[in-house]
Design a protein around this ligand. Structure first.
Ligand SMILES: NC(=O)c1ccc[n+]([C@@H]2O[C@H](COP(=O)([O-])OP(=O)(O)OC[C@H]3O[C@@H](n4cnc5c(N)ncnc54)[C@H](O)[C@@H]3O)[C@@H](O)[C@H]2O)c1
Length: 472
């Protein structure tokens, strides 16, 4: 809140001046608060299509929250929704959904898993249209479906892929209220693995993850651990933990119960020691792109009982147009941002350092998806990370490991504070939520991937960007 724009946003006169000038006046995002009792508290309206397969799983999760559950009483599937709620022991209240109704909601959830063709899409319209103005700020509009590439017919694939276009557009419509929209695709047979994705998506932890999809694959059934300490007993490596996003990842994983091994380069020793002392973790000083680093990391993790969560966060930018790029800048960026991760993973796998159910999480970037002037080296490295994650997901799944990536957008750090005012304001506002994210938003997404109940979540690339227009 240190700049002029933020100061204006923080008082009524300033806000109305910004509004008059046609400038965005975003509502603060509601983030996770450890004092909250459970992952969601509020009013949720549940809808479903014919033959919806995920209602039982939805209600199993809502039962574990403090949600007050409603459903459209006049919907053709009202009896199915009520039956599923009753079976799960959830009290569901039928309401007449219509424009101008008095009831307001904190979340809409629609189970579209039974869609067979594009002709079914009108059910989205019938569910959402009457209530679109009834969503409170910081609300959620979630749609559940099946991955289109595993559909039974081309028509069904079209209907499932359509969900993504729908939620991305809903996200743009509700973003001004700091509300977000996501699609969760659940493979057949993966219903029991839905829990961590649904709870993350509906909770405040996903507040800057907007217009995204999460795919849940079939994995061994797992119980959701304690919402406040889901990583209890786990050992997590975080590279680049001395500052910025890496520091926040280390703090968040420790908050969630993990024992953190924070790694950074020797010149960052002072900052790293401070972070590690505050979270009661362990530290390792190393350059991840050095030849020795993979073995050093493996040895240190072994001492700690093996690694459960491996977060490849350390990264550098060395920006120049390709025409002006020095060779060593090119090589350094690729070595640190891409090759080091591969070498470390190779060593951990070869030495058996990754514990059963282990989770590898890479940090890509929106610019790796979109490309950026002066960042051929950086964008190549970060796009390479995406290719690596997508290729390795099925390979590692055979060993019971997961691998995912986050792709941050404009995240408020010391680095972004140093960008000139106008450029910074454009970067910060050019998304559906009209604000930058915080390092903790990236960290929460990483903690979700590392959650042992996310064992069905692999090969996902989730942007943490408030639905930035860049590369969308
Ligand atoms: N800040 C953003 O808006 C943003 C956006 C997209 C992606 N990212 C990515 O997020 C990650 C963290 O970014 P940040 O903004 O916190 O950066 P940062 O520069 O503030 O922090 C990076 C950390 O990594 C460490 N590091 C760098 N090279 C290393 C090496 N060879 N070995 C070990 N440690 C090394 C640094 O010392 C530093 O502590 C990076 O991978 C970055 O590319 C950031």
């Amino acid at each position: 809140m240190s700049n002029f724009y933020e100061t204006m946003l923080n008082n009524n006169l300033g806000r109305s001046l910004l509004k008059t000038a046609g400038l965005p006046t975003p509502i603060d995002l509601k983030r996770y608060n450890p004092s909250q009792e459970t992952y969601f508290e509020g009013k949720v309206l549940v809808g479903a299509c014919k033959n919806a397969a995920l209602l039982g799983d939805l209600f199993r999760n809502l039962k574990a929250s403090k949600a007050t559950v409603y459903f459209p009483a006049a919907a053709k599937t009202a009896a199915d929704i009520l039956a599923a709620a009753n079976k799960a022991g959830v009290r569901a209240i039928g309401v007449e959904t219509k424009k101008g109704m008095s009831e307001k909601f904190d979340a809409f959830v629609f189970d579209a898993s039974g869609f067979e063709s594009g002709a079914d899409l009108n059910q989205l319209y019938y569910f959402f249209n009457p209530v679109m103005r009834q969503l409170n700020s910081n609300g959620r509009a979630l749609v559940l479906g099946r991955p289109h590439m595993k559909a039974a017919t081309g028509e069904q694939a079209a209907a499932m892929r359509a969900l993504e276009g729908f939620t991305r557009s809903v996200a743009k419509e509700i973003g001004k209220k700091s509300s977000t929209s996501l699609t969760i695709y659940v493979e057949e047979g993966a219903e029991a693995n839905l829990d961590s994705s649904f709870r993350f998506a509906i909770s405040a932890k996903s507040c800057y993850v907007d217009g995204q999809t999460i795919t849940v694959s079939k994995a061994a059934a797992s119980e959701y651990p304690d919402w406040h300490k889901p990583l209890a007993g786990k050992v997590a490596l975080v590279t680049g933990a001395a500052r910025g996003i890496g520091e926040s990842i280390a703090r968040t994983l420790a908050r969630d119960g993990a024992k953190v091994l924070g790694l950074d380069i020797p010149p960052a020793e002072k900052d790293l020691s401070r972070v590690i002392a505050e979270i009661g973790g362990e530290m390792l000083l190393a350059d991840i792109s050095s030849k020795e680093a993979p073995q050093q990391i493996s040895d240190k993790l072994k001492e700690m009982g093996g690694g459960d969560i491996i977060v490849h966060n350390a990264g550098v930018t060395r920006d120049k147009t390709l025409a002006n790029m020095p060779e060593h800048w090119w090589n350094m960026t690729i070595d640190i941002n891409l090759l080091a991760e591969e070498h470390i993973n190779d060593a951990l796998l070869a030495n058996g350092t990754l514990n059963k159910g282990g989770s590898i999480i890479c940090v890509s970037s929106m610019n790796g998806i979109a490309g950026q002037l002066g960042q051929t080296n950086y964008a190549a490295s970060k796009a390479g990370v995406i290719g690596y994650v997508q290729y390795m997901a099925p390979v590692l799944a055979e060993k019971g490991f997961t691998i995912n990536a986050v792709a941050p957008g404009f995240i408020e750090t010391q680095m972004t504070d140093a960008i000139p005012f106008m450029t910074r304001e454009v970067g910060r506002r050019l998304n559906s939520l009209s604000q930058g994210g915080k390092p903790v938003d990236v960290a929460e997404t990483i903690a979700f991937f590392g959650n042992p109940a996310s064992n069905g979540v692999t090969g996902n690339i989730v942007r943490v960007c408030g639905q930035s227009l860049v590369g969308a």
